[in-house]
Design a protein around this ligand. Structure first.
Ligand code: HSE
Length: 293
């Protein structure tokens, strides 16, 4: 047999919901698996260069975790992957690879593992549930992971919601962007984020787009990560004046995420503002209009 899965990219945090909120985006990776006489890899796309093509490959390793969990043995695999998701930019490329490998391996052996089980495994591999949850379930997810088990609720994205991402040309590793975070935060910053995350979750579930801008505010990670993304503070402060409902760092960055009302008339203005502000910092960035998946 052969299995084939299509997995969406994702954006994590949505501002205040650090390690909690995620949203699937209309950029994709495709993974195929087949039992083979000898393990081989077909990794397509510019982003795939430099990945290992032996059994140390993440896709192979993740597939073996599924087989072990299900109690079956499939030691040799032909694995193909094509991805249009940019690597190490904050768009969940590693989460989509993990989720794709879990789902493809599970499908290959007749889907013995539940999605809930795959979510637990994916969260453990990624160490936070936001990107993997969005890639696995689609839509907007609010997730809790206790280190072993992940719980979530999937929210259907408001139909008027469009997404504009600004993808800088440079890469930023998640571990570097997590390394700059403080070990402790004040109660007032914690309350600031809890209240906005709750408001944002409720606003997204009820279609209150008018509240998104004020809810997408954060004091837990973005202020510390701002020095890693030149121009970010200005963009966060000013994008709403150019037609964004709200703006945040996408995951650990460096990509920035704008939520935009589909009926907004200033889309061109917003796009130009974002690109020019990055360029003023010496950074070339490309913009891309996406939809929640
Ligand atoms: N929630 C994670 C972070 C997402 O912000 O570090 C990065 O993959």
């Amino acid at each position: 047999g052969r299995s084939r899965v299509k997995v969406p990219a994702s954006t994590a945090n949505l501002g205040p919901g650090f390690d909690t909120l995620g949203m699937a985006l209309s950029l994709y990776a495709w993974i195929e698996m087949e039992e083979a006489a000898e393990t081989v890899f077909y990794l397509h796309g510019d982003e795939m260069n430099g990945l290992p093509r032996d059994k140390s490959n993440l896709l192979y390793q993740v597939a073996q975790l599924v087989f072990a969990e299900a109690g079956v043995s499939v030691p040799e695999l032909s694995i193909s992957m094509y991805s249009e998701i940019p690597l190490t930019r904050g768009l969940g490329s590693s989460a989509s690879a993990i989720v794709g490998a879990l789902a493809a391996a599970n499908a290959l052996i007749g889907s013995p593992l539940s999605h809930a089980k795959l979510f637990d495994m994916a969260s453990a591999l990624e160490k936070h549930p936001d990107n993997v949850g969005a890639s696995l379930f689609g839509g907007i997810i609010t997730a809790v992971w206790d280190g072993e088990h992940a719980d979530y609720i999937r929210i259907e994205p408001p139909t008027e919601l469009e997404v504009l991402v600004v993808i800088p040309e440079f890469e930023l590793s998640t571990s570097k962007a997590r390394g700059v975070l403080p070990r402790e935060v004040s109660v007032s910053d914690a309350v600031y984020n809890i209240s906005r995350t709750s408001l944002l979750t409720a606003a997204l579930s009820t279609g209150r787009l008018d509240l998104i801008g004020r809810a997408m505010q954060d004091r837990l990670h973005q202020p510390y990560r701002a020095p890693l993304v030149p121009g970010m503070e200005k963009l966060l402060a000013e994008a709403p004046d150019h037609g964004a409902l709200g703006i945040a760092l996408s995951g650990a960055g460096p990509t920035l995420l704008c939520l935009v009302d589909r009926n907004e008339s200033r889309k061109g203005e917003l796009e130009a503002f974002l690109k020019e502000s990055m360029l003023a910092q010496g950074i070339t960035a490309r913009t891309c209009w996406l939809l929640p998946d």
